[in-house]
Design a protein around this ligand. Structure first.
Ligand SMILES: C[S@@+](CC[C@H](N)C(=O)[O-])C[C@H]1O[C@@H](n2cnc3c(N)ncnc32)[C@H](O)[C@@H]1O
Length: 350
């Protein structure tokens, strides 16, 4: 699958679009990757989606929209409420760390007088990170890929959104990108080591991989007594249930393990690992963290409701799902001191 969700000069941005067309090798095409231009809008393997193609990418179940791609392992919806959750998470992380994670992208994006820097965002969702980074680094060209067309069709000139399955071989040549960013992708990935292999192939030597993943369980902030099992048992049970089901689907969402995978892969050097916390709720003494905690709690409730179909598919009854979800939501509403950890790993391609 390779389709462009954006409008471009061939389309005049009038709402009609390009649709996927089979990739054919043209023996007369002697353009190199460099000559193709960074934005790839001239890429003949891409066609813009037509308005009436959009529904085909979604399946509706109990009033929520999911990716229709048969091979997808992704268990959460991809509809407007979910996209709002991505936006909340994006704004939160941006407020805490800045869109570039406090300069973590600087070395990969140092302007090069000979060509534009190129950035790939895997599972870009509604594209908020790409769009903000495109302002932060206007000299770079950005591509965001996702399995569903949920990013804007009218991005700025240095941004393109494409429909691609990250569990497949991606269409670019070896060493094409300076920076690959993958945030909150674990639920989408069948085998993280395979993805790392592809990321390593796509990065030039010295290029950078930036992974940002959430821990798979909430924790208790160091300034509060007690452990999570005692303070928030319904929360632990909720996430344990999620992990159990995802593990049966072959999906591992433990963000704390990603840096070890990156190191073990041997593709990367200069691995830099950071861990920050995000408060759940309004218990922080710091006004900004309090606001963030309030938004994050809302986002977590939304995520919890998003797992409903996965629980039902696993065999839980409606009542069981209601109890599991309500207990978790009530707990994060009542219990002070809860946090989620974010694991930020930056590594350089050997
Ligand atoms: C939790 S969202 C994260 C979005 C974005 N990275 C962010 O941080 O805001 C996960 C995204 O992965 C996408 N996704 C799921 N399966 C995918 C696949 N096989 N290939 C590409 N994207 C996928 C979903 O559509 C969704 O937009």
């Amino acid at each position: 699958m390779s389709a462009n969700t954006t409008s471009n000069s061939q389309n005049n941005g009038n709402g009609a679009g390009l649709i996927p067309r089979p990739i054919e090798d043209d023996p007369n095409d002697v353009t190199t990757d460099e000559e193709d231009g960074p934005g790839q809008l001239s890429d003949s393997s891409l066609e813009e989606l037509q308005d009436n193609d959009f529904p085909a990418y979604f399946t509706e179940r109990n009033g929520r929209l999911y990716p229709s791609e048969a091979n997808s392992v992704y268990s959460l919806p991809v509809d407007t409420p979910e996209q709002e959750r991505y936006t909340v998470n994006h704004i939160m992380l941006k407020r805490i760390l800045g869109v570039d994670y406090q300069g973590a992208t600087d070395s990969a994006l140092t302007p090069d007088p000979t060509r534009s820097r190129r950035v790939l965002d895997l599972c870009c969702g509604n594209g908020k990170w790409v769009l903000d980074m495109a302002v932060h680094a206007p000299h770079a060209q950005f591509v965001g890929v996702d399995i569903v067309p949920i990013a804007t069709r009218y991005p700025p000139d240095n941004v393109q959104f494409e429909l691609l399955d990250v569990n497949s071989d991606l269409r670019w040549d070896n060493g094409h990108f300076d920076l690959v960013h993958a945030r909150d992708v674990l639920m989408a990935v069948k085998d993280y080591d395979v993805l790392l292999h592809e990321v390593a192939r796509l990065l030039r030597p010295g290029g950078q991989f930036l992974s940002v993943e959430w821990s798979n369980q909430l924790a208790v902030h160091i300034s509060f007594p007690g452990n999570i099992e005692d303070i928030a048992p319904a929360t632990v049970h909720f996430f344990d249930t999620v992990h159990h089901i995802l593990a049966e689907l072959g999906v591992d969402i433990d963000g704390s393990r990603v840096s070890a995978n990156i190191t073990a892969s041997n593709y990367f050097t200069d691995t830099n690992i950071r861990q920050i916390y995000v408060p759940v709720g309004t218990w922080s003494q710091n006004a900004q963290m309090d606001e963030i905690g309030s938004s994050f709690r809302t986002a977590l409730k939304r995520m919890a409701r998003g797992f409903r179909q996965m629980f039902l598919d696993y065999g839980l009854s409606d009542d069981e799902v209601d109890v599991l979800t309500a207990a978790f939501i009530q707990e994060i509403q009542m219990v002070d001191g809860l946090v989620a950890f974010v694991h930020i790993t930056s590594a350089e391609r050997r």
